[in-house]
Design a protein around this ligand. Structure first.
Ligand SMILES: [Fe+2]
Length: 274
């Protein structure tokens, strides 16, 4: 396969990771400040200079009050400043689709990304979609909050049938796919679904969903390279870790392309002759 790794001016823009479990001892992320700092080093080496801390929230195991995230972010940023490390942590949350999760977000019990009140990272269960989820997402949109669906390529239902995702994106939600899904490091089912989402313009942001320096590090570049191969454009893949996450951090609006249905997708030359 031809690798799309052409140098382009955008390659110098620093990357932003909008989904990362970087705060120590708050969820199933790093256990200590030392581990968080190793993850920061890994991110910097990869070209990431801004990380949104997104601890699990209301997932049945971790509640993670918004104030706890703010405190953890301030504390880690102080350490980075003291050490003259040029990476910044912003507050966020990975909010599980629990009962009335929209109300919890609207009431500020779970934080929006960078606390702009404009975008929030929402996680579905891996095996199902909870009843009423669409209505909850719609309630958020009515309040001007855009849900960003975290790694749907890892949900078994979307792996089997992504039609429901067309409706969710059609409602105005964004989709985040995980770098290690694109590269195949999270299994073939997640990889196949991630590639389909890219091909059909149903994925808008690439993030690491990092949890540790070992098996789940904050690395985006490998996923971007793999996405560039699928999209046929390094510039388009880079936007998914630069321009689009930057707009999300600032609470700016984002224009996304219409999703493609299979019949609308251009055939490759070998498909034409099949
Ligand atoms: Fe996560």
């Amino acid at each position: 396969m031809k690798r799309v790794r052409a140098e382009n001016p955008e390659s110098t823009a620093h990357m932003i990771d909008i989904h990362c479990h970087i705060l120590p001892g708050i969820d199933d992320g790093p256990l200590s400040i030392a581990e968080s700092l190793v993850m920061v080093d890994q991110a910097l080496a990869d070209g990431i200079k801004t990380i949104v801390a997104t601890p699990h929230t209301f997932n049945g195991v971790y509640t993670t009050p918004s104030e706890a995230v703010t405190g953890g972010v301030d504390s880690l940023n102080r350490i980075l400043t003291d050490k003259n490390i040029r990476l910044r942590i912003c507050p966020g949350a990975e909010v599980h689709t629990c009962d009335v999760f929209s109300r919890k977000i609207i009431d500020g019990l779970a934080g929006t990304i960078n606390h702009t009140g404009k975008y929030v990272l929402v996680e579905f269960p891996f095996q199902t979609i909870n009843p009423g989820t669409s209505e909850e997402l719609f309630q958020l949109k009515l309040k001007g909050i855009t849900p960003i669906i975290a790694h749907p390529e890892r949900n078994i239902l979307f792996q089997r049938d992504i039609d429901q995702l067309y409706d969710i994106v059609g409602m105005g939600c964004l989709v985040q796919i995980t770098a290690m899904s694109i590269t195949g490091e999270l299994g073939t089912a997640a990889m196949g679904c991630a590639h389909t989402l890219l091909q059909r313009h149903l994925a808008h942001v690439i993030a690491s969903d990092a949890h540790s320096p070992g098996s789940r590090p904050p690395i985006l570049s490998n996923g971007v390279d793999a996405a560039a191969d699928i999209l046929g454009s390094m510039a388009e893949a880079r936007k998914m870790v630069t321009d689009i996450p930057r707009a999300i951090l600032c609470g700016d609006s984002i224009e996304i392309p219409d999703p493609l249905r299979p019949l609308e997708m251009k055939k490759k030359w070998w498909q034409v002759f099949r």
